[in-house]
Design a protein around this ligand. Structure first.
Ligand code: BES
Ligand code: MN
Ligand code: ZN
Length: 462
C-alpha cells in the first residue's frame, strides 16, 4: 500500500488560490491581479484551472470552486472538487494561498489525497504529480489517517480474488493488527464448523488454502465498546445458484464490507481512537464444488435459529449472522455491519448512495449528518416490521431469500437484525464498495463508503 502524503512544508511550493464564482463574476482573492485570468477566460467555474505566468514559467494558479456552497448543500458529484486540481496542475508542490471565507480546507486536503490514490500492484502507475502542502490550520495527521483508511479499503477491494482470498484477507487483518498493537484470533476448520456453522457452510467448497474463517481483531485501551462486522466474501459465484457472467464479473468486490471496516479501523487507530474497538470478519469464498451447501439445506446458526437456504447466492447474510451473533454476546454499545449485501440496494439508491438501517433515531440522525457534512453520503431505510413475515415462510425459523423479489435490501437487513439481540444499538450499511466510472477523487474501482459517516458520528453515539 502506498501511504498518502503531503508535500513537505518548505519554501519551494507555488501558490494556489481558490476562487468562487460570484453573481458578477469571479471573486478575486487579495493579492491576485485579475487582468491575466480575465483575459484567459477564467470564470471561477467548478474545476476550472488558470495557470499564472511569471518568472521563467508557471508562478501560481487559480482554481474555480463554482458557486458558493455549504457542505450541506454541496451536491454529491461535486463533493471532491479540489481533487480536480490535484489531477490538473503541473508537477511540483502547491500551497493554498487563499480561499473564500469558510472554505473547508481539511476537506479540500482530503479530496487532494483521494485523487492521488493509485492501484499499482500489477502495473506501474503514473506517480502523483502535483502535491499539496498541508494547509495552515488543518490537522494533517487526521486527514492522512482518513486517506490511509480509504487507500487500504480501495487496495483490498481492487486486488482480485486470486490474490485476495480468505487467507490473504486474514493476512491483511493481521498486518493491520501488527501495525497498531491489536490482538487477533482466527477461528477455522472443525472449530468453525462447530461454533459458526453458517460461515463454515458457505465457505467449505472453496479450494485448498482458501477455507472459511472468522477473523476477530481487538484493539487494547479504553474507549466505547464498538464492534464492526464486515462481509468478507472474497468471491461470490452465487454458489450452486450460480450467477450469470454479467453479475459475477465484479464479485471480487464482495469483501467490500470487510475492506471498509478494516479501512475504518486503520483510520481510528492512526487517530488514536481505536481503544475498545473490535472488528469481526467472516472471510469465505462462495464457491462451487461437491461439498457446496445446497438450495433447500437447513442450517442451524450459532445463535440456534434455523435457516432454510432458498438461494445459495444470498450467502452474505448467512456468514454475517453468525458473526453478528458472536458480537452481540458481549452486548457492545454499538454494533455495525457493512456489507455488499444486495443488488436491491443498488436498484433503490444506485451505486453512490448506500442505504443504512438503524432503529435509534438519534443515532441515525448523527450518521446521516456526519455523512452529509463529510462528503460520504448515506441514506436511511427502515427495518420495516411488517416485512418480517417475508423472511419466515418456510420449514425453518428463517428463510435466507424471500420469493417475490420485493424490498430485498429491507428483508436482508431484517434477517441480520434477528442476530443482534444484546447490542445496545445496531446499524447496518448495505454498500456497493465500487466506483463504476471515475469521478473527482474517486478513480474507477474499489471505493470506501460509510467510513467517514461512522467516524465522525461516533463521538455522538458511543
Ligand atoms: N454479493 C451479492 C449482492 C450484490 C450484487 C452486491 C451486485 C452488489 C452488486 C449478494 O451475495 C447477492 O447475491 N445477493 C442476492 C440476494 C438474493 C439471491 C436474495 C441479490 O441481491 O440478488
Ligand atoms: Mn451472493
Ligand atoms: Zn455476496
Amino acid at each position: 500500500m502506498t501511504d498518502p502524503a503531503f508535500a513537505p512544508d518548505d519554501a519551494g511550493s507555488r501558490p494556489l488560490w481558490l476562487v468562487e464564482q460570484g453573481g458578477d463574476g469571479p471573486v478575486w482573492p487579495a493579492g491576485v491581479d485579475p487582468a491575466f485570468p480575465r483575459a484567459a477566460g477564467f470564470l471561477g467555474k467548478a474545476g476550472q484551472v488558470c495557470l499564472l505566468p511569471g518568472g521563467d514559467g508557471v508562478s501560481g494558479a487559480l482554481f474555480g470552486l463554482g458557486r458558493p456552497r455549504t457542505p450541506a448543500d454541496r451536491p454529491a458529484r461535486e463533493r471532491f472538487t479540489l481533487a480536480r486540481a490535484a489531477e490538473a496542475l503541473p508537477e511540483g508542490a502547491w500551497h493554498l494561498a487563499g480561499a473564500p471565507e469558510g472554505y473547508d480546507a481539511a476537506h479540500g486536503a482530503l479530496a487532494w489525497l483521494f485523487a492521488q490514490y493509485r492501484f499499482d500492484r500489477y502495473k506501474t502507475a503514473d506517480a502523483p504529480r502535483a502535491r499539496l502542502v498541508c494547509p495552515d490550520g488543518v490537522d494533517a495527521a487526521a486527514v492522512l489517517a482518513m486517506a490511509a483508511g480509504e487507500y487500504l479499503a480501495r487496495d483490498l477491494i481492487n486486488t482480485p480474488a486470486s490474490d485476495m482470498g480468505p487467507a490473504e484477507l486474514e493476512q491483511a487483518a493481521r498486518d493491520l493488527a501488527a501495525r497498531h498493537g491489536a490482538g487477533v484470533t482466527v477461528v477455522a476448520g472443525d472449530e468453525l464448523a462447530r461454533d459458526f456453522p453458517m460461515i463454515h457452510a458457505v465457505g467449505r467448497a472453496a479450494g485448498p488454502g482458501r477455507g472459511p474463517r472468522l477473523i476477530d481483531l481487538r484493539f487494547p485501551g479504553d474507549g466505547p465498546a464498538v464492534t464492526l462486522v464486515g462481509k468478507g466474501v472474497c468471491f461470490d459465484t452465487g454458489g450452486l445458484d450460480i450467477k450469470p457472467a454479467s453479475s459475477m464479473g465484479l464479485m471480487k468486490k464482495d469483501m467490500g464490507g470487510a475492506a471498509n471496516v478494516l479501512g475504518l479501523a486503520e483510520t481510528l487507530a492512526r487517530m488514536g481512537r481505536a481503544g475498545g474497538l473490535r472488528v469481526l470478519i467472516p472471510a469465505v469464498e462462495n464457491a462451487i464444488a461437491g461439498d457446496a451447501f445446497r438450495p433447500g439445506d437447513v442450517l442451524t446458526s450459532r445463535k440456534g435459529l434455523t435457516v432454510e437456504v432458498n438461494n445459495t447466492d444470498a450467502e452474505g447474510r448467512l456468514v454475517l449472522a453468525d458473526a453478528l451473533a458472536l458480537a452481540a454476546e458481549e452486548a457492545p454499545a454499538l454494533l455495525v455491519s457493512m456489507a455488499t449485501l444486495t443488488g436491491a440496494a443498488r436498484v433503490a439508491l444506485g451505486p453512490d448512495l448506500p442505504p443504512f438501517f438503524c432503529d435509534d433515531d438519534a443515532v441515525a440522525d448523527a450518521l446521516y449528518q456526519a455523512g452529509r457534512d463529510h462528503a460520504d453520503p448515506i441514506w436511511r431505510m427502515p427495518f420495516w416490521e411488517p416485512y418480517e413475515a417475508m423472511i419466515e415462510p418456510a420449514i425453518a425459523d428463517l428463510d435466507n431469500a424471500p420469493g417475490g423479489g420485493f424490498a430485498g435490501a429491507i428483508t436482508a437487513a431484517l434477517f441480520l437484525r434477528r442476530f443482534t439481540d444484546g447490542a445496545q444499538v445496531y446499524a447496518h450499511f448495505d454498500i456497493y464498495g465500487w466506483q463504476p466510472t471515475a469521478a473527482p477523487g474517486r478513480p474507477k474501482g474499489g471505493a470506501g463508503q460509510g467510513m467517514r459517516a461512522i467516524l465522525h458520528a461516533l463521538p455522538r453515539i458511543a
